[in-house]
Write a new protein. Structure first.
Length: 78
């Protein structure tokens, strides 16, 4: 699918075709990640992670213990 690069203020922009918007469930304000590998521009939707999804990925192999940050310097109660 082709799209034309157009001037948008001091930048350039590309309109995303409606079929792609629908297929990827994009909407106004959706975040995308833009990268290039020197020959291609890669645009991917940024998936918002739910807390329950992130917590479900914690296991014995990736959980860590407490982290020592040094002595108290204020009125912390630990």
């Amino acid at each position: 699918m082709e799209a034309m690069v157009r001037k948008w203020g001091n930048s350039l922009g590309i309109r995303i075709p409606a079929v792609v918007i629908r297929d990827l469930s994009l909407k106004d304000g959706s975040l995308v990640d833009i990268n290039d590998n020197g020959k291609e521009i890669i645009v991917k939707p940024v998936k918002k992670h739910r807390l329950s999804e992130m917590l479900s990925k914690i296991n014995e192999d990736n959980i860590h213990g407490e982290i020592e940050t040094g002595v108290s310097v204020g009125k912390e109660i630990w």
